[in-house]
Each structure stands twice: as C-alpha cells, then as structure tokens.
Design a protein around this ligand. Structure first.
Ligand SMILES: *[C@@H]1O[C@H](CO)[C@@H](O)[C@H](O)[C@H]1NC(C)=O
Ligand SMILES: *[C@@H]1O[C@H](CO)[C@@H](O)[C@H](O)[C@H]1NC(C)=O
Ligand SMILES: *[C@@H]1O[C@H](CO)[C@@H](O)[C@H](O)[C@H]1NC(C)=O
Ligand SMILES: *[C@@H]1O[C@H](CO)[C@@H](O)[C@H](O)[C@H]1NC(C)=O
Ligand SMILES: *[C@@H]1O[C@H](CO)[C@@H](O)[C@H](O)[C@H]1NC(C)=O
Ligand SMILES: *[C@@H]1O[C@H](CO)[C@@H](O)[C@H](O)[C@H]1NC(C)=O
Ligand SMILES: *[C@@H]1O[C@H](CO)[C@@H](O)[C@H](O)[C@H]1NC(C)=O
Ligand SMILES: *[C@@H]1O[C@H](CO)[C@@H](O)[C@H](O)[C@H]1NC(C)=O
Ligand SMILES: *[C@@H]1O[C@H](CO)[C@@H](O)[C@H](O)[C@H]1NC(C)=O
Length: 640
C-alpha cells in the first residue's frame, strides 16, 4: 500500500466523519428561525409543533422538517393543517402569525403551511429571501396585507398557492414578471384588486392559473396569449372589464376557461377556434354582446358551454352541431333570435339544453328527437308559438322539461301520463280543460308548475298518487273543489313531502282541513300560499305544527274566526299574510313576536283589541282596515 492511497483513505474517512457530525446538527440559524416561528403560534391544539424542542436536533426529530445532510440546512418545512390520526389525516388548525425569521431559512425549497386555517397577519416580506424555494403553500389561512414585492426574488418557484386568505392590494407587476418557473399559481378567494399585470405573459411555464373570487378590475391583458402551456384558467368572480382578448386563441392547451361573474363586454372573438383542447367553458354572468362566432364549431373537445346571463344575440351558429362531445349547453337569458339549428340534432352526447329566456322562434326542429342522452330541456320564455307540445318529446327520456310561456294551447296531451319526468314546467301558457285523472300516473314528478294557464276542474283524487311530488304551483288558473287531494297526497318516505305549494288565484273551496298540520305530506312544507280562493272556514290550529313553514299566505280567502295562537308554535315563520278576510278577535302575541317574522299583514279584517308589543318593524298599513285594533303602530288605545 503506497502512501498516496493511504492518504486518500484518511481523507475519505475524515470526510465521512464530518458528514456524520453535520447530520446530527441542525444549522443554528435555521433552528432559531423555526423556534421563532413556533413562538409566533399562540394555539396548537393538535400539537403539530410539539416535537420542535430547542434541546433536540431539528434535522433529526422535528416533525415536518427536512435538512440537507451535507449542510445541516433546512430544505423542507411541511406542517399543513392536518394531523395524522390513527389511519387517516384529521383536519386541525394552528393560530398565530408568520415570523419574519422564516426568511432566514435560506436553503428552503418547500414551505407548506396550507390549511392551517388560523395563520393571521401579513406575509413577511422577508420570505422573499427564500430564493431556493420551489413550492410555497400558504393557502386556506387568514393572512392579510399585500403579496410582498420581494416575492420577485422567488424565481425558482414552481407552485405558489396563497388562495383562501384575506390578502389585499394589487399584485406587484415585478412579481408576475419574475416568476418564470411558475407552473401553478393559486390566488383565489382573496381580496386582490387592481389590474392583472400584463407581466403575467412572462410566466410562460404556467399550466394552472387560478385568480377567481378576488376584486381584480380592468381588462384581461392580451399578453395572456403567451401562456402556451396553460391548461386551467379561472378568472371568474372578479370585476374584470373590457373584451376577451383575441390572443386567447393561442392557448391551444387550455382545457378549462372560466370567466363567469365579471363585467366583460364585446363579442366572443372568432379566434376561440384555436382553443382546440377546451373542455369546460364558462362565460356566464357578463355583458357579452354580438353573435357566437361560427368558428366555435372547431372546439372539438368541448363538453360544457355555459354562456347564460349575457347579451349575446343573433342566430345560434349551426356549427355548434359539429360539437358532438358537448354534454351541456346553457345559453339562458341572452338575446338569441331565429330558429334552433337542426344541426343540434347531431349533438349525440348532449344531456342539458337550456335556451330559455331568449327570442328564439319556432318551430323546434324535430331533429332534437335524436338527442338520446338528453335529460333536461328548457326552452321557456321564447316566442316559440308551439301551440301543442311536440309529439316527438314522448320518445325521449327526459327528466326535466320546461316550456313555460312558449305558446302551448289546449288540453294536456295524454302521452305525458307515461313520461318519466321529474320536473314539468308548462306555466304561463294557454292550457285549458281538466287536470286529467292520469296525472296521477306521472309517478316520478317531484316538481309541477302549471301556473298561469286556463285549467278549469277540481284536482282529481288520483293526484294523491304523486308520491314524489315536493313543489306544486297551480296559481292563476280556475281550479275548483276541495284541497284534500293535494294535502292528503301519498309520500314515499323519506321523499315526497311538500316543500312548497302555491294554489293562489283559483276558485278552490274550503274549509282548510282541521288536521292539515298533521298530514304526512305537509309536515316539511316551507311555503304555503292559498290566497285569492273561496275557502271560507277558519285557520286550523294544527297549522302551528308546521315546524318548517316560513311563508303562509291566506289573503282574500273569506276566512273567519280567530287567528289561532298556536300559529306562534310555527317558529320558522317569516312571512304571514292574512289580509282581506273576516278574521275576528285579537292578534296573538306569540305569533307577532316570532323571532324571524319579517313580513306580517292582517289588514282589512275585523280584528280588535290592543296590538301586542313586538320588536319586528311592521308598518301601520299592515294593521289598517280593522276598526277595532289600537296601539302602536296604530294610534294608542283609549283607556276607559
Ligand atoms: C423537499 O421538497 C422538494 C419539493 O417537494 C422535494 O423535491 C425534495 O425531495 C424534498 N427534499 C427532502 C430532503 O425531503
Ligand atoms: C434572521 O431574521 C431576523 C428577522 O428577519 C433578523 O433580525 C436576524 O438578524 C436574522 N439573522 C439570524 C442569523 O438570525
Ligand atoms: C375550423 O374548422 C374548419 C373546418 O371545420 C377549418 O376549415 C378551419 O381551418 C378551422 N379553423 C381553425 C382556426 O382551426
Ligand atoms: C321513474 O324513474 C325511475 C328511476 O329513474 C325509472 O326506473 C322509472 O322508469 C321511472 N318511471 C316512469 C313512469 O317512467
Ligand atoms: C312557476 O311558473 C311561474 C310563471 O312562469 C313562476 O313565476 C313561478 O315562480 C314558478 N313556480 C315555481 C315554484 O317555480
Ligand atoms: C294510468 O295508470 C293506470 C293504473 O296503472 C292504468 O290503468 C291507466 O291506463 C293509466 N292511464 C294512462 C292514461 O296511462
Ligand atoms: C291512483 O289513485 C287511485 C284513486 O286514488 C287509486 O284507485 C289507484 O289505485 C292509484 N293507482 C296507482 C297506480 O297507484
Ligand atoms: C304564488 O302565486 C301568486 C299569484 O297568485 C304569485 O304572485 C306569487 O309570486 C306566487 N308565489 C310564489 C312563492 O311562487
Ligand atoms: C302550541 O301553542 C299553544 C298556545 O300557544 C300551547 O299551549 C301549546 O302547548 C303549543 N303546542 C306545542 C305542540 O308546542
């Protein structure tokens, strides 16, 4: 063995030795920084930082802390608001603030304090010193103040999540301009304002951009078109104005594009055809105008196209019919005109078609009958002038059919009896004749709206067979007879109890059954509106048992007798309208003092006595027309 190999051996042994020593010693600057962070934590109920004891080696025994063995520097700190339960992680929290000392962890690559829930105060600008950081997760806390301008030094960052905090101010343009390695950026659910800096176009690696639910204003910078790798872009729920930039057409990798709930104007650019990867597109709740460009037909992967509540107009482009991957078309409440293109019949994947509240004219192309996967069709509030329900509808297996105010006339077609519909809205048409006995065969109905029509019959006893029905609106027809076919409806426990009933503006006869409050179908009702009928009789005491009822309206029903004090037991009541009847006696103090009472009207009855003292702010007009009532808000009672 010559001396040089010996030398090497000694060298490597001493190297190994020194490494071993360093492994056991946490760098004092890092230990100090982490202990300072710990001392800023005022509450740690799950002992997430218990192992962080000054006497022990931060690299060896501190939970969530990892060091580089060769330097003893802390590289990763991961203490999200999860504590390891026996088998699965349990949600927990820590209270406190972020110590500026964290900025001394200059070898840090990963800092994950997400979902700790109660980290408060500002993000210390000192974190900008962590120039080796690749991952920074501070989301789901209560951090305040701005995004520090010093973040521009974090040029190695891949992922930055600050979502769901109370962060405010504008984004420093230099920050977006410097984070050239950023792949994922989540700033949603904060209070960020000002413009989206045009420097955003420099983050060319970005795949995920989530700025939703902030207060960003101004336009979408056209530089966004430079983000060639972008797959997910959510800018929804801000205050963005201006137009959709033409440059978005360059985002050929974009899968999800949400702009909903902003104030974006102008038309959808024809360049949208470039978004060949787009699957989810939501531009609803904006001020978009103009036509949908025909080039939309190039979005060969699109599934959901949601444009509702804008001011889009013109004819629907027939090229939409090329989009055979489409499952949802939601175009409600725009200014579309003309016919529905027959090409829509090619949309073999379509499940939801909502073109309601436009100016679309009829007839409906029969090609729509080819949509074998269609579950929900809503063409309500269009000047379709249908006259009759299209017969081909019976071959489809729709769950939801809404054709309110589409010019349907005459009796209900018999084929409905064997339909699978769970929602049927034919309100505001010119339907006439009887509510047929076979209505009871529509056994899947849970929502029925036939209001504003010309029906003229009693409710047939078969109606009771609608054991899944929960919402019934028959207002403004000429229905007659008793109400028990409705109230005594069967249920399919736990389903089929009424949520709402509106039978107002008809010619129903009473009295309301004394046991109405005990009937199975009625026990969960939240809204019962029976105004403008010829009920007579009195208000049943059992109504006090309707524990969920929020709205009770019995206006102008020819009801006499007293207002039962038992109504005060219906503690969910917020709206009570009993005006224009022949009610006598006093107003029960139990009712008038219900906690949630907001609207109360007993005007034009024969009530008498002192209005019980109450906290709710009820105008005098709500008591007027009762000659015997006195006391605030009416004039004081005369003492005799
Ligand atoms: C620290 O975190 C980074 C980023 O997640 C990871 O790549 C690296 O392996 C981690 N280092 C150690 C020593 O755990
Ligand atoms: C670490 O950070 C704090 C606060 O930012 C600073 O006061 C301190 O001098 C720094 N240096 C060391 C070695 O702790
Ligand atoms: C859109 O598709 C048509 C054919 O359907 C094609 O001629 C046209 O070039 C496409 N446009 C773009 C921008 O891809
Ligand atoms: C009601 O719905 C069920 C389940 O979706 C379905 O199997 C049944 O055929 C429907 N009933 C009618 C009358 O269509
Ligand atoms: C039924 O339709 C009418 C008019 O079209 C509408 O005003 C009402 O809100 C609808 N009822 C329910 C319960 O949705
Ligand atoms: C309704 O159902 C009953 C009982 O199943 C049946 O006899 C009757 O023919 C059905 N009526 C219609 C119009 O489908
Ligand atoms: C429907 O209701 C009628 C009358 O209430 C009843 O005789 C009949 O058996 C019911 N039909 C079904 C299918 O439940
Ligand atoms: C009930 O019907 C009346 C018309 O009689 C209508 O004014 C009212 O808005 C309806 N209420 C609800 C909650 O649908
Ligand atoms: C309902 O109210 C009346 C009178 O206010 C009271 O005597 C009765 O005990 C209450 N009933 C229930 C079930 O709460």
């Amino acid at each position: 063995m010559d001396s040089s190999t010996n030398h090497l051996k000694i060298l490597s042994v001493s190297l190994l030795f020194s490494v071993l020593i360093i492994v056991e010693s946490c760098h004092p600057v890092d230990r100090e920084a982490l202990l300072r962070f710990k001392s800023g934590i005022t509450s740690d109920p799950s002992n997430l930082l218990q192992s962080w004891a000054p006497s022990s080696d931060c690299c060896a025994t501190w939970a969530g802390v990892t060091c580089d063995p060769s330097t003893g520097r802390v590289v990763n700190v991961s203490r999200p608001g999860l504590s390891t339960g026996d088998d699965f992680p349990v949600d927990t929290y820590m209270s406190g603030s972020l110590s500026p000392y964290l900025g001394n962890l200059t070898s840090l690559q990963l800092l994950d304090l997400s979902n700790v829930k109660d980290l408060r105060g500002p993000i210390p600008p000192e974190l900008g010193r962590l120039s080796r950081l690749t991952i920074l997760f501070l989301d789901s806390n209560k951090l305040t103040g701005p995004i520090p301008g010093t973040f521009r030094h974090l040029y190695r960052l891949n992922k930055l999540y600050l979502s769901n905090n109370h962060i405010s101010g504008s984004v420093p343009p230099s920050v977006f301009g410097s984070l050239r390695s950023l792949v994922e950026l989540g700033l949603s659910g904060n209070r960020l304002s000002g413009k989206i800096p045009s420097s955003i176009g420099k983050m060319g690696m970005l795949i995920k951009l989530d700025l939703h639910e902030n207060r960003f204003s101004g336009g979408i910078p056209s530089e966004i078109g430079n983000l060639k790798n972008l797959k997910y872009m959510d800018l929804s729920e801000n205050r963005l104005t201006g137009r959709i930039p033409y440059s978005i057409g360059k985002l050929s990798s974009l899968v999800l594009f949400y702009l909903n709930h902003n104030k974006i104007r102008g038309s959808i650019p024809s360049s949208i055809s470039g978004l060949g990867s787009l699957v989810f597109c939501q531009f609803s709740e904006n001020k978009l105008t103009g036509r949908i460009p025909a080039s939309i037909g190039n979005l060969t992967n699109i599934q959901r196209l949601i444009l509702e509540n804008n001011m889009l107009g013109g004819n629907l482009p027939h090229t939409i019919g090329h989009l055979t991957t489409l499952t949802d078309i939601l175009f409600s409440n725009n200014h579309f005109v003309g016919r529905i293109p027959s090409s829509f019949g090619n949309l073999q994947s379509l499940q939801i078609l909502d073109l309601s509240r436009n100016q679309i004219s009829g007839p409906i192309p029969t090609e729509l009958s080819k949509l074998k996967n269609l579950q929900s069709l809503d063409l309500s509030y269009n000047p379709l002038r249908l006259a009759t329900l299209p017969r081909w509808l019976q071959e489809m297996r729709l769950f939801i059919l809404r054709l309110a105010k589409t010019g349907i006339e005459g009796p209900l077609p018999r084929w409905l009896s064997s339909s699978s519909l769970s929602t049927l809205d034919l309100s505001s048409n010119a339907l006439t004749g009887k509510l047929p006995r076979w209505v009871g065969n529509m056994s899947n109905l849970s929502f029925l709206n036939l209001s504003n029509n010309g029906f003229q019959s009693p409710i047939p006893s078969e109606f009771k067979n609608l054991s899944l029905l929960m919402d019934l609106d028959l207002h403004s027809n000429r229905f007659t007879g008793r109400l028990n076919s409705v109230f005594l409806k069967r249920i399919q426990d736990p389903l089929g109890r009424f949520n709402s009933i509106n039978l107002s503006n008809n010619m129903f006869r009473g009295p309301i059954d004394e046991n109405v409050g005990e009937m199975e179908a009625m026990t969960s009702i939240t809204s019962l509106i029976l105004s403008n009928n010829v009920l007579g009789g009195s208000i049943p005491k059992s109504m006090g048992k309707l524990s969920q009822i929020q709205t009770l309206e019995l206006v102008n029903d020819g009801i006499s007798g007293k207002i039962p004090e038992e109504l005060g037991n219906a503690t969910a009541l917020g709206t009570v309208r009993l005006s224009r009847n022949k009610l006598r006696g006093g107003i029960p103090k139990e009712l008038l003092n219900l906690k949630g009472l907001q609207e109360f009207d007993v005007s034009h009855n024969l009530l008498s006595g002192r209005i019980p003292p109450h906290k709710a702010n009820i105008p005098a007009s709500a008591f007027s027309g009762n000659p015997g009532l006195c006391g605030a808000p009416l004039p004081p009672c005369k003492h005799r």
